[in-house]
Design a protein around this ligand. Structure first.
Ligand code: FES
Ligand SMILES: [Fe+2]
Length: 431
């Protein structure tokens, strides 16, 4: 497994020859044609995260996902053998949406023995088999075997459920996760089942918003109000350097300090945080479910490690915190200048009111800071769309931004040229 300690000379970026150090064109974030190519080449052709396995606790558990970028809705369900299945959410009789509750465009979840269509009551088993047709003898000798639900390829890595719309996916989920998958396996994600979710439609390209979460260079500036005034001034004075960056194309990692969970000095944070023992970096007290970190977590083995961000291509981020909780972000393209953002905080379930308060407090502070990024990125999108400036200098801390744009562009090019994708910087990586 390629693993780079802090480079003794040169930079993180220069350890990946071929990635380049030149300014980067952001045309890929404003061009409607490129947006459509991304949908076809990337989103319709790779493993896409749709939800955690804990959402399917028993046989018959299901949830739906609305995926407007694909003009599709999907059902994810646990069948009688305990296998996770995925289907297109369309009835094979006359195309009604099969699973929904009060509003057909909203996602839903629940438990059932079978899926019954609301239109003419055709019934489908949990494995997709059509097992009941109302007044079947009026259907001219219909063979029910020919009209099961349309399946979708599904794969599960460490409880993260992925689907793939390709007819024949070019890899399995394990192959797709690659060294990232092996290096992060074993973390007790499955213990962290208390979930808090936010969604927002944001007027910025999906990759631009990923950029804002893939570097910490902006943190002491954009988020300075998160700290006390005195502390913010100090942080601004130092600037910020994360601990470690590593590429496992198409995926990547940035590892960083914790700092405030708990803070070294109580004056670093606001009085409310001291009272609750929780804040932007999560609750200060660990639930104690992590024995040993998997090898790729805290990759620099730093004693002041606080959080790792794993950018799983194309649109999932997992942030694991030293204090034993994690965040997931997803960025769904809607238009070249618009995307749908989902954020979920995952905690070990609270055992008492104090813990519950700590979780709620961390959640509400998180929302405030995500909004700070959202405002900024909507303004950025407007500016780059004018094309007065087209190329932007990215620094060494912005290596994940540089890499992610490059990977997406490579997938689009490979798709158009009908060849396999190729990450030349990865093959040439030097330690
Ligand atoms: S459309 Fe579903 S039963 Fe007719
Ligand atoms: Fe931010």
């Amino acid at each position: 497994m390629a693993k780079f300690p802090k480079p003794p000379e040169g930079s993180w970026t220069e350890h990946y020859p071929g990635l380049g150090t030149d300014p980067v064109s952001y045309k890929d974030s404003i061009d409607p044609e490129h947006h459509q190519h991304e949908i076809d080449a990337v989103f319709m052709n790779t493993w896409i995260y749709v939800g955690r396995a804990e959402r399917l606790p028993r046989v018959g558990s299901y949830f739906t996902r609305e995926l407007p970028w694909a003009k599709r809705s999907v059902i994810i369900a646990k069948d009688r053998d305990g296998e996770v299945r995925a289907f297109h959410n369309i009835c094979r009789h006359r195309g009604n949406k099969l699973v929904w509750d009060d509003y057909p465009n909203e996602e839903t979840s629940g438990t059932c023995r079978q899926f019954t269509c609301k239109y003419h009551a055709w019934r489908f088993d949990l494995d997709g088999t059509l097992n009941f047709v109302q007044q079947e003898d009026e259907f001219f000798g219909i063979n029910k075997d020919d009209f099961g639900l349309k399946p979708i390829h599904v794969g599960v890595w460490e409880g993260f459920i992925f689907i793939n719309f390709a007819d024949e996916p070019s890899d399995t989920v394990e192959e797709f996760m690659g060294e990232m998958g092996t290096g992060l396996a074993g973390y007790p994600f499955h213990e962290m089942t208390e979930r808090w979710k936010f969604t927002a439609e944001i007027n910025a390209n999906w990759k631009l918003f990923i950029d804002a979460f893939a570097e910490f260079y902006h943190a002491p500036v954009l988020h300075q109000k998160q700290a006390t005034e005195e502390e913010a001034a100090k942080l601004l004075g130092y600037g910020f350097e994360a601990l470690h960056y590593e590429l496992h194309s198409p995926h990547s990692i940035v590892s960083s300090w914790g700092g405030m969970s708990p803070p070294k000095d109580p004056n670093m944070v606001k009085p409310m945080e001291n009272a609750v023992r929780s804040g932007l970096f999560g609750p200060w007290d660990k639930p104690g479910v992590v024995d040993e970190l998997p090898p790729l977590m805290n990759p620099s083995n730093h004693h002041a490690w606080g959080t790792d961000t794993y950018l799983i291509f194309p649109n999932l981020m997992i942030l694991v915190w030293e204090t034993e909780w994690y965040l997931t972000y997803q960025y769904w393209p809607l238009e070249s200048g618009k995307h749908f953002f989902e954020a979920e905080l995952h905690f070990v379930p609270a055992k008492n009111a104090t813990e519950r308060l700590q979780h709620e407090f961390a959640t509400s502070i998180f929302k405030e800071y995500a909004l700070q990024d959202a405002n900024t990125l909507e303004a950025t999108q407007k500016m780059i769309e004018a094309e007065v400036v087209t190329d932007f200098p990215l620094n060494d801390q912005e290596i994940l931004c540089r890499h992610h744009h490059a990977v997406v562009r490579e997938h689009v090019a490979a798709h158009q040229e009908g060849r396999p994708v190729n990450y030349p910087w990865q093959a040439a990586a030097t330690s």
